[in-house]
Ligand binder design. Structure first.
Ligand SMILES: N=c1c2ncn([C@@H]3O[C@H](COP(=O)(O)OP(=O)(O)OP(=O)(O)O)[C@@H](O)[C@H]3O)c2ncn1[C@@H]1O[C@H](COP(=O)(O)O)[C@@H](O)[C@H]1O
Length: 125
């Protein structure tokens, strides 16, 4: 999909990812994303750490009956900052979605057992 098509897409992930890419050359004065890009990957990774912690805290509140809007908002913040990080490294959400698609039908337990067996075989080699 071209960048222009992605910007017009009905799917929010490619549309937002395309917009994020355009911010690489925008002025940081009026754009939060451009500001993050200018600050560099340490700033982007710090935000991801913060947002992940906020997701955990909101999930704990959810466990105690908080309104779902808080947790949904924090997960949106985390996903958004992950999109900025992917763009920073020249990657797209399509690659992550393709990886999830590739994993469809593979039980997490089977995958873990296979990984352990491969590690044991390589230790014994
Ligand atoms: N989806 C988002 C989005 N989600 C979260 N955020 C910003 O991410 C930041 C989250 O930070 P925090 O929750 O930690 O709050 P904070 O205290 O403001 O954080 P600090 O940066 O001050 O540490 C806030 O400034 C939010 O506004 C977003 N900023 C932008 N977008 C999208 O990106 C588009 C372009 O944004 P600009 O680059 O600002 O033009 C927007 O139209 C939206 O569609």
């Amino acid at each position: 999909m071209s960048e222009n098509d992605a910007i017009k897409s009905n799917d929010v992930l490619p549309r937002l990812a395309a917009l994020i890419n355009t911010r690489k050359t925008s002025s940081a004065e009026h754009s939060y994303i451009a500001r993050l890009f200018q600050q560099g990957d340490d700033a982007i990774l710090k935000k991801i750490g913060e947002e992940a912690t906020e997701v955990v805290m909101a999930a704990k509140d959810q466990r105690h009956g908080a309104a779902p809007a808080k947790l949904i908002g924090e997960v949106a913040d985390l996903w958004f900052h992950c999109l900025v990080m992917l763009a920073h490294f020249g990657l797209s959400p399509a690659a992550v979605l393709a990886e999830l698609e590739r994993r469809e039908g593979i039980s997490g337990l089977d995958e873990k057992a296979l990984r352990k067996a491969l590690a044991r075989a390589s230790d014994n080699a």
